[in-house]
Design a binder for this molecule. Structure first.
Ligand code: ATP
Length: 359
C-alpha cells in the first residue's frame, strides 16, 4: 500500500491549463475520487499520476519517493479505462495474463493468479471467451482483473462505469468498492457523476477548470459545500438571493432578509451589512404547507406550484416565487394527494439547514 501525494502540480497543453496548481494526498488504502464536469482536468490528473504525462510544475510522490521522472512502467500502477481497452483478439485469460507474461512469470504461477483474479471479479469459468462474447459489465470486470493482477501499488480508474446502463452501474460500483476494500489498495477514481462519487468514495476532490474547489468525505461535501460551485454541482440546490441585515463576527450569527421575512443562521466568512448574498438550501430541507397552515416561528416564502414531479421515492414540487423557482422534495406519502399544480402554497425554511455564500 502506498500514499500518493501531489504538490502544486500544473499541466498545460498549449494555452490550456488542464491542471492548475493542484495539491492533495491520498492515504494508504483509500478510495479517493476526482469529481467534476467534463474538461475540468480529472483525466489529466490521473494520467500525471500514471506517468503518461509529466507535470510542468510541481511534484508527485508515491510515499516519500518523488516519481516525476519515473516512467509509467516503473510506477507499477493498474489502470482501468472508460472504454475498457481490452485486446479483442485475446481471450479473457490472455487479456488478464498479459501483464504477468510481460513480467516473465512462470506459466503455472500465471494460471493460478489469473484464476484467483477472475474469481475475485466474478468471472470464473469465462476464461476462454473473447471480449466480443461478453456483456459490457463482464468486459468491465476483465479490465478490472487485468489492472489488479499485477498487484499494482495504486489502482487508477478513469470513468470505469460510464459505458454501462444505470442499474449495472450501481451494481458494479458497489462491487468495485468491495474489491477495493478487500484488497486494501490505494485507489484514485475519476468520474463526473456526483451520485457515483458520493456512493463509492472515502474522500472526494471536487474539481472545476483545472482547480480543486473542495476535498472532503461524501457527507462533508454534500452537507457543507465550501463554495457556490460545489453547492451547485453536488446534488440539487436552490439558490435564493437575500440581503444581509446584521452579521456578528463573534458569534458567527447572520441575519438575512428574504422579502419581509427574517432568518438567522450561522455563517463563518466575512460579509458587509446591507450586501446581497446567496442563501443555498437543499430541496429536501424545505417543507411545504397549505396557505392556511403557515408554520409559526419559522421564516417562509409564498409561491405557486408550477409542476409536481413524481420521482418514485420522492415528489418534487417546483414552486414559482418572487425569488425564482424553488424546488421542494418530500418523501411523505400523505402529501401526495394534498397539493395541485397551480395551487398557492407556503414553503417553510429551517434556519440551520440553509448555507450562506458571498457572491
Ligand atoms: P472528461 O470528463 O471530458 O474526460 P476531464 O475532466 O477528464 O474531462 P481532461 O481530459 O483532463 O478533463 O481535460 C482538461 C482540459 O485539457 C480540457 O480543456 C481538454 O480539452 C484539455 N486537454 C486534455 N488533454 C489534452 C491534450 N492531450 N492536448 C490538448 N489539450 C488537452
Amino acid at each position: 500500500m502506498v500514499r500518493v501525494k501531489l504538490i502544486n502540480v500544473t499541466k498545460r497543453f498549449g494555452d490550456v491549463v488542464a491542471v492548475n496548481n493542484v495539491s492533495f494526498e491520498v492515504k494508504e488504502g483509500e478510495l479517493f475520487t476526482l469529481l467534476g464536469p467534463s474538461g475540468c482536468g480529472k483525466t489529466t490528473t490521473l494520467r500525471l499520476i500514471a506517468g503518461f504525462y509529466k507535470p510542468d510544475l510541481g511534484e508527485i510522490y508515491f510515499d516519500d519517493e518523488l516519481i516525476n521522472d519515473v516512467p509509467p512502467y516503473k510506477r507499477n500502477t493498474g489502470m482501468v479505462f472508460q472504454n475498457y481497452a481490452l485486446w479483442p483478439h485475446m481471450r479473457v485469460f490472455d487479456n488478464v495474463a498479459y501483464g504477468l507474461k510481460l513480467r516473465n512469470w512462470p506459466p503455472r504461477k500465471i494460471i493460478k493468479r489469473v484464476k484467483e483474479m477472475l474469481q475475485l471479479v466474478g468471472l470464473a469459468g469465462k476464461e476462454k471467451r473473447y471480449p466480443s462474447e461478453l456483456s459490457g459489465g463482464e468486459q468491465q470486470r476483465v479490465a478490472l482483473a487485468r489492472a489488479l493482477v499485477i498487484e499494482p501499488r495504486v489502482l487508477l480508474l478513469d470513468e470505469p462505469l460510464s459505458n454501462l446502463d444505470a442499474k449495472l452501474r450501481v451494481r458494479m460500483r458497489s462491487e468495485i468498492k468491495k474489491i477495493q476494500k478487500k484488497l486494501g489498495i490505494t485507489t484514485i477514481y475519476v468520474t463526473h457523476d456526483q451520485e457515483e462519487a458520493l456512493s463509492i468514495s472515502d474522500r472526494i476532490a471536487v474539481m472545476n477548470k483545472g482547480r480543486i474547489h473542495q476535498i472532503g468525505d461524501p457527507v462533508e461535501i454534500y452537507e457543507n459545500p465550501k463554495d457556490l460551485f460545489v453547492a451547485d454541482f453536488i446534488g440539487t440546490t436552490n439558490f435564493i438571493p437575500v440581503r444581509v441585515i446584521e452579521f456578528d463576527k463573534e458569534s458567527h450569527k447572520i441575519t438575512i432578509s428574504i422579502g419581509d421575512q427574517k432568518l438567522i443562521t450561522s455563517f463563518y466568512g466575512s460579509v458587509e451589512t446591507g450586501s446581497e448574498v446567496i442563501c443555498a438550501v437543499r430541496p429536501e430541507s424545505l417543507d411545504i404547507f397549505k396557505l392556511d397552515e403557515v408554520p409559526k416561528n419559522r421564516p417562509y416564502i409564498i409561491g405557486k406550484i408550477d409542476l409536481i414531479d413524481f420521482l418514485g421515492k420522492i415528489i418534487r414540487y417546483e414552486v414559482e416565487t418572487d425569488f425564482g423557482l424553488i424546488r421542494v422534495d418530500t418523501s411523505e406519502k400523505s402529501l401526495r394527494e394534498k397539493f395541485k399544480e397551480g395551487e398557492k402554497v407556503v414553503i417553510s425554511l429551517e434556519p440551520e439547514s440553509v448555507r450562506i455564500f458571498v457572491k
